[in-house]
Design a protein. Structure first.
Length: 392
């Protein structure tokens, strides 16, 4: 059996004592309290507020000195039945968020090589950060009425971005064929904020000490912005007199992006048709005139290749698609037809959402003798008190 001398044993004890002493010194050098971020990890970062009011978000200037008043042109309304079937008319404040933290070491704005993923509830988050530079991405958790989510998130293709997209429905669409022969599900409301090159140095530059909680706090200049855009559609029927009695409950609006990059808010280049739900209301008041309206609400990823939040004037809108609104109407003889309207100008004028209005004088529309097909392939003009001929 091998023996160890007392000299070797004492040497080992001495070495252990030295190591313990060094570790003790290292521990004493750690700054207290620990670093905490209120939106990241080892610092405390407050999640940014979300602008939820459509009046403030749809801040278009339609012409010099005239701002956009969507309420003045929205005649369909939004009653308790709409709320139950389709949810809120506008945006609702999210309460659960997904947080992604990317450490880039000593190099700011570098490519991402790793990610720390967290899901948080409320407005605060605590975690741990290494010294160096970080990028932080935040987006809201999806909450739906029926618990079914259409939004998908691709975080595997690249660590440098998260891609949000939806899939195709079983409903046929003519506009993007042959690449896409079916319409796509609309996305749920999606907000995001992205901040790059956040430096966390050993001097805690930019941090504030909170003596009550005994933590250091850093507030980031971030803003959660909508990156899915609400459109309110209404087909207003003048002089209907029971000619059209209902709709099939569906609608399609073409020419929008299939996806968006959550980090940048720039929508994808692929163009698709969005499928959404609609409802028919009779005897709505339009400035004293009773009208029937086929209305609905949908969300889109916006016009392809752009971040709608960064566009300030219609001259900056780069749109290479046409936008068609499809609504299938049911006539009083049991026949139905799909009405197709070119609403491209309205979509471009409302590049980050708004009211899309079509007005029809039903005195000019003949009742079809057979079902199916398209009732209209027309460029919609403003309604006038005169007869317009539309081929059936």
């Amino acid at each position: 059996m091998k023996r160890y001398s007392n000299h070797n044993s004492l040497t080992m004890v001495t070495r252990m004592a030295i190591i313990a002493a060094v570790m003790s010194l290292l521990v004493c050098c750690i700054r207290e309290p620990e670093l905490h971020l209120f939106d990241g990890g080892d610092i405390e970062i407050e999640l940014p507020l979300v602008e939820l009011e459509l009046d403030a978000y749809w801040d278009y200037e339609m012409s010099y000195g005239i701002t956009y008043d969507w309420r003045a042109e929205w005649y369909y309304g939004w009653d308790a039945v709409d709320q139950e079937l389709f949810g809120s008319l506008g945006y609702t404040e999210p309460s659960v968020f997904h947080l992604r933290r990317y450490f880039t070491g000593s190099t700011p704005l570098a490519n991402h090589t790793s990610v720390v993923a967290n899901t948080i509830t409320g407005k605060s988050f605590y975690g741990k950060y290494s010294w160096g530079f970080w990028d932080i991405l935040v987006w809201n958790d999806v909450n739906t009425i029926d618990g079914v989510q259409s939004l998908n998130f691709d975080e595997q293709t690249s660590l440098d971005y998260v891609l949000a997209y939806t899939n195709q429905t079983m409903v046929a669409s003519r506009y993007e064929a042959p690449k896409y022969t079916r319409a796509f599900y609309e996305p749920e409301p999606l907000f995001s904020a992205y901040h790059q090159g956040i430096e966390i140095d050993r001097e805690l530059t930019g941090f504030e000490y909170d003596p009550i909680r005994n933590v250091y706090v850093k507030k980031l200049d971030m803003l959660l912005e909508p990156i899915t855009y609400i459109y309110l559609t209404q087909v207003i029927l003048h002089h209907n007199r029971g000619k059209i009695v209902g709709i099939d409950g569906s609608g399609m609006l073409s020419g929008f992006a299939r996806s968006t990059v959550v980090n940048t808010g720039i929508s994808g280049e692929d163009i698709i048709t969005v499928y959404f739900n609609t409802r028919f209301k009779k005897n709505c008041d339009m400035d004293g005139e009773p009208v029937d309206i086929a209305g609905g609400r949908l969300l889109t990823f916006g016009i392809s290749g752009q971040n709608a939040n960064r566009i300030k004037h219609i001259e900056d809108v780069k749109d290479k698609a046409n936008h068609y609104l499809d609504i299938t109407m049911q006539f009083n003889n049991g026949m139905d037809s799909t009405f197709v309207f070119d609403v491209s100008d309205q979509v471009r004028k409302h590049w980050k959402g708004g009211v899309i209005t079509v007005e029809l004088d039903m005195d000019t529309v003949r009742i079809p003798s057979r079902s199916g097909g398209s009732a209209f392939d027309a460029v919609v003009k403003d309604f006038e008190e005169e007869t317009h001929e539309f081929p059936l």
